[in-house]
Design a protein around this ligand. Structure first.
Ligand SMILES: Cc1cc2nc3c(=O)[nH]c(=O)nc-3n(C[C@H](O)[C@H](O)[C@H](O)COP(=O)(O)OP(=O)(O)OC[C@H]3O[C@@H](n4cnc5c(N)ncnc54)[C@H](O)[C@@H]3O)c2cc1C
Length: 416
């Protein structure tokens, strides 16, 4: 008997959760990604600040599905879908036929139209971005070491745009990298002149967290020397300055853009109804209206929920959606009706630095400090894919903690 073919576009959190849930189902699965690895994005900031190497957080896709006999991995860039012929279109005119399609291509960084961001700021969305941030930061210190007069012009000033978890985590880690590691590396440079400026347009950090966690995050960042500027948007980014909407000019040669995302541009190419940030609008069971065999999950999807807020763009939402779609496909195969998707919120977390994190669980349970930090470490270790990756990350963390080290201080990319 010919088994139904399921094609999954994107090996991120949603795609991998779907593939894992389908490994024992009576289907043949093809998972397609433009990269040959899965990116564990919550730890990108640690790659950007030399705490981990790229490979530590990017398990190989073929390795992940190696033991699943009904799953094939393909490295290809998807640029369209022929919904009538049930084919996914990839590079070189190749097409991949499907009976069920799961679109899980995620999001990309969005500059929200702020002038200069595309040209002069570095996003922090992909593994390549993270190594670029790391190389840029380390190169700035080398430049200032060679010619300290450059510091006046902003060579050691690093602006981070966006006070969400990514911006907060990056700033805390940069502050610790400068004071605890680079201060020892650069013996003849006044590393204390290095500055991290966090700019957030709303009047609080960590939107979505409680006021207590937001205040704790701000205090902890300031203790790490981060200059936190709230309630002011960035007006423009230049090669050597950032202008704020209130007229303030910050001389800075490095800006990291962690201010927000929009749906992957693949969504624009599909001709389906889209929400404000480009996400594809899907029915409560995560299917595309008029195409019941096509599902959209994770950051790429805007789920229609009567009277409900949109689901947040978080890894657990994508993972639960991937599992839900896998169950739906199995139900369909048995001729059963589909069920709407409900996200079970198990809480949110953000880390600020060594022995400092905030965690909020359902029923108003909140904790921070060392307990929050240990919980954050444990949870991220559990969710990392692959024993080797977990072991390597654990050893790195232990080493960094004991030695106050960041062993991956390697400049890989060429100067801009
Ligand atoms: C820096 C950072 C930190 C984050 N921290 C957290 C956190 O601490 N906790 C949390 O819950 N969430 C966090 N998030 C959000 C979380 O990563 C996303 O919500 C989650 O990854 C969404 O999963 P997804 O499967 O929709 O997309 P993704 O995980 O982004 O996966 C999309 C996949 O699709 C592939 N792809 C894209 N376009 C194509 C194409 N055209 N052809 C083929 N393949 C394609 C990509 O290569 C990628 O592998 C963070 C995000 C970032 C950027």
């Amino acid at each position: 008997m010919k088994l139904p073919r399921v094609v999954i576009v994107g090996a991120g959190f949603g795609g991998i959760a779907a593939v894992k849930a389908l490994t024992r189902a009576p289907v043949e699965v093809t998972i397609v990604d433009q990269h040959n690895f899965h990116t564990f994005s919550p730890l990108l900031y640690q790659v950007a600040t030399a705490g981990l190497a790229s490979e530590d957080i990017a398990p190989n896709l073929r390795g992940i599905v190696q033991r699943a006999r009904n799953v094939e991995a393909r490295m290809a860039r998807v640029h369209g879908v022929d919904f009538d012929r049930h084919e996914v279109l990839v590079d070189h005119g190749v097409s991949i036929p499907y009976d069920y399609l799961i679109l899980a291509a995620g999001a990309v960084s969005s500059d929200f139209g702020v002038p200069g961001v595309a040209e002069h700021a570095v996003p922090l969305k992909t593994l390549a971005d993270a190594t670029r941030v790391r190389s840029t930061v380390l190169r700035r210190f080398e430049e200032a070491n060679t010619d300290p007069s450059l510091i006046e012009g902003g060579t050691l000033t690093f602006v981070v745009a966006g006070g969400g978890p990514t911006g907060v985590e990056l700033c805390g880690a940069l502050g610790e990298l400068f004071t605890k590691v680079l201060a020892k590396d650069f013996k003849n440079l006044d590393v204390g002149r290095g500055q991290v400026v966090l700019v957030e347009m709303t009047d609080r950090l960590l939107g979505g967290f409680s006021a207590a966690s937001q205040a704790e995050a701000k205090l902890e960042l300031e203790l790490r020397g981060v200059d936190v500027r709230l309630g002011v948007p960035i007006a423009s980014v230049g090669p050597d300055k950032v202008e704020l909407a209130d007229g303030t000019v910050i001389p800075a040669r490095t800006t990291v853009w962690a201010a927000g995302v929009k749906a992957n541009p693949l969504a624009d190419a599909l001709g389906l109804a889209q929400a404000t940030r480009g996400e594809i609008i899907v029915s409560p069971d995560l299917t595309v209206p008029a195409h019941p065999e096509v599902f959209v999950i994770g950051d790429l999807a805007a789920v229609q929920r009567p009277g409900g807020e949109p689901y947040p763009q978080l890894a657990p939402v994508a993972m639960q959606a991937g599992q839900h779609v896998a169950r739906t496909i199995e139900r369909r195969a048995r001729g059963k009706r589909t069920k709407p998707f409900h996200y079970t919120d198990k809480g949110i977390m953000a880390t600020i630095g060594r022995r400092s994190a905030v965690a909020e669980l359902p029923f108003g349970i909140r904790f921070g400090g060392t307990l929050g930090w240990v919980s954050w470490l444990g949870l991220h270790l559990v969710f990392l894919i692959g024993f080797r990756n977990r072991a390597v990350v654990l050893v790195n963390w232990a080493w960094n903690y004991v030695k106050w080290d960041r062993g991956n201080r390697v400049i890989l990319s060429d100067p801009e």
